[in-house]
Write a protein that binds this ligand. Structure first.
Ligand SMILES: [Zn+2]
Length: 212
């Protein structure tokens, strides 16, 4: 069945050329995306597709639970390159409801390496435990934690030196926090956008009770 993927690819490339004969020639000359997407690896959240963007329009970083870890080389390389070379104007942290990574950080089962990766989410849940434990339905609690996680990652990105240096240089850069629902295919803006250091401080200070 794996060969099916290669024939799918041939069909896709032909269709693109039929619609726009210069499509690949133009793309191969350069990429100039305006957006960096930080999303979950979950196969049900295909970045380009859900925001209707073509190849070349979205620079994408995905990992389990859409984290922006301040010491992850992969993430940092993506962040620096997208800001300093591609000069993206928007960074979108996109979580999704029912995230398996967030759920795994809450259910306290041992899974191995993934527990280490998800430690920041477990810490976050611990910080918000009064609010989270008041939610009796576990899936609702997971969804609220998914929103808390988006907010925490927006804050991490907003405090990252690559971002604060860009702001100091006067570069236009706005960070957004969105969440996607696998159930209806819709994105929701969590109204966490920040485009300068003072807004990151305001976001950190703001009492925030998501209502997933
Ligand atoms: Zn996920």
């Amino acid at each position: 069945m794996i060969d099916q993927l290669l024939s799918n690819n041939m069909a896709w490339a032909s269709a693109r050329i039929r619609a726009d004969p210069q499509f690949f020639r133009r793309l191969s000359a350069q990429q100039a995306p305006e957006y960096l997407w930080i999303g979950c690896s979950d196969s049900r959240v295909p970045a380009n597709e859900i925001v209707g963007l073509d190849p070349g329009e979205l620079f994408v970083h995905r990992n389990i639970a859409n984290l922006a870890p301040p010491r992850d080389m992969n993430f940092l390389a993506v962040l620096q390159f997208s800001i300093e070379v591609l000069k993206v104007r928007h960074i979108i942290v996109c979580g999704h409801y029912g995230c398996g990574g967030v759920r795994a950080a809450l259910d306290k089962e041992r899974r191995g390496l993934i527990d280490h990766w998800l430690q920041p989410v477990a810490d976050l849940a611990h910080r918000h435990q009064t609010h989270l434990m008041a939610i009796s339905d576990f899936e609702t609690r997971v969804n609220v934690a998914c929103e808390h996680n988006v907010r925490a990652q927006v804050e991490y990105v907003g405090r990252n030196p690559f971002v604060t240096d860009a702001w100091r240089r006067g570069q236009t850069l706005c960070i957004h926090g969105w969440i996607y629902s696998i159930r209806d295919g819709l994105l929701r803006n969590l109204e966490l956008s920040v485009d300068r250091p003072s807004q990151v401080d305001e976001l950190a200070a703001r009492q925030w009770f998501p209502d997933a």
